[in-house]
Ligand binder design. Structure first.
Ligand SMILES: [Zn+2]
Length: 363
């Protein structure tokens, strides 16, 4: 009997051990079907390469930098400052955290204040430094990390060259750009060459907010990131559409941060404007919503009802899981809990959690 029990026990052990291993190792070494949970790809989060922070600390920048009580660098810009916590700047720490949280891949991107606040020569140098650092991370740590480039947007010609380099030499799918460039709209003709190149490359362009024109009206209560950001993304998207940029460059895949600001909520009003005002029809042949439904919307708004509105607007095929990690206002756990509570079919939830991003980023 004892012998039988031993034999049965021995036969059971590999299974029990294997199941436990799967449970404690939520990370996968390569992307593919997971036996226990859907693939999770986080498309909106931020990383400051240490070499960039060192340059700022050395005074080689127009960005005001302070150090907080916990020794974190703080990057100041009008209406906001980012506390560069460990996850922002320590890739080993971050990698371990993603493994613990079960995030299969993050598409890492730069963030505010951006390189465009620097003089052109330094903006170009910093953008290259950041993109080279991202390329190294991806090369060493794929599939845990992929990246979108940052561009020296204050120099549109250099931005074209850097986008080309990022896509063709560094293997990136495109770039994250800011919602305005020192007050200049993305729809301004000076960026036409950039959109033409993005179109030629079939690039992904993810629009991320920065401090808007009129920031002085939103410097208390953190109203700039809480309200101004969303307004500026909304404004950027609406103006790009009315200016005919998505119509002229149909091969660009646009992603809007924070569920598109207010786009899913007020898109109907843009259509009414197109019908009512001749000025709104000079550059585009179709209603604004026909372009905007082709945009992608990241889920950095952790209210499942708000995410549901974006799904109703653009379809589950055009919504992408996102956390804004590791900003104070971002959260991987809220990303996961809000998408778990989202009222969609399980097939749609899988798309939002990772399948859409996997296709978009060729992962
Ligand atoms: Zn962000």
């Amino acid at each position: 009997m004892l012998e039988d029990a031993d034999v049965r026990g021995a036969a059971k052990w590999p299974f029990v051990f294997g199941a436990a291993l799967l449970y404690f190792l939520p990370a996968r070494s390569s992307l593919g079907p997971h036996p226990q949970r859907p693939m999770l790809i986080d498309v909106h989060n931020h990383f400051y390469p240490p070499a960039y922070l060192e340059a700022l600390q050395a005074g080689d920048s127009t960005v005001e930098l302070t150090i907080d009580a916990d020794d974190n660098p703080c990057l100041h810009y009008p209406g906001d400052y980012n506390v560069a916590v460990r996850g922002h700047r320590d890739i080993d720490f971050r990698h371990a955290e993603l493994e613990r949280e079960g995030v299969d891949t993050q598409i890492i991107t730069f963030t505010t204040p951006g390189t465009h606040v620097e003089p052109a020569e330094r903006a170009v140098r910093f953008a290259r430094l950041v993109n080279d650092a991202y390329a190294t991370i991806v090369r060493e740590r794929a599939p845990r990390f992929a990246a979108l480039a940052t561009l020296p947007l204050s120099d549109p010609a250099a931005s074209v060259a850097e986008l080309t380099r990022a896509v063709t030499s560094l293997g990136m799918r495109g770039a994250m750009v800011f919602s305005n460039v020192n007050g200049i709209a993305l729809a301004d003709p000076r960026f036409d060459a950039l959109w033409a190149e993005a179109d030629r490359l079939h690039a992904v362009i993810h629009i991320h907010p920065t401090n808007p024109v009129g920031v002085e009206a939103m410097t208390d209560y953190w109203l700039m990131p809480l309200v101004g950001f969303l307004g500026d993304t909304t404004l950027a998207a609406a103006k790009l559409v009315f200016a005919g940029v998505p119509e002229r460059y149909p091969n660009i895949t646009w992603i809007l941060s924070h569920l598109g600001g207010a786009i899913p909520y007020l898109a109907e009003r843009l259509d009414r404007g197109w019908e009512a005002f001749a000025d709104c029809r000079t550059e585009i042949s179709r209603r604004p919503t026909e372009y905007l439904r082709n945009f992608y919307f990241d889920t950095v708004n952790f209210d499942p009802a708000a995410v549901r509105l974006a799904v109703d607007f653009a379809g589950a095929d055009h919504v992408l899981a996102a956390s804004d990690y590791p900003h104070q206002i971002g959260s991987i756990s809220k990303m996961k809990s809000s998408l778990a509570a989202l009222k969609v079919t399980e097939a749609e939830r899988k798309k939002i959690l990772g399948e859409n991003a996997r296709a978009l980023y060729n992962l």
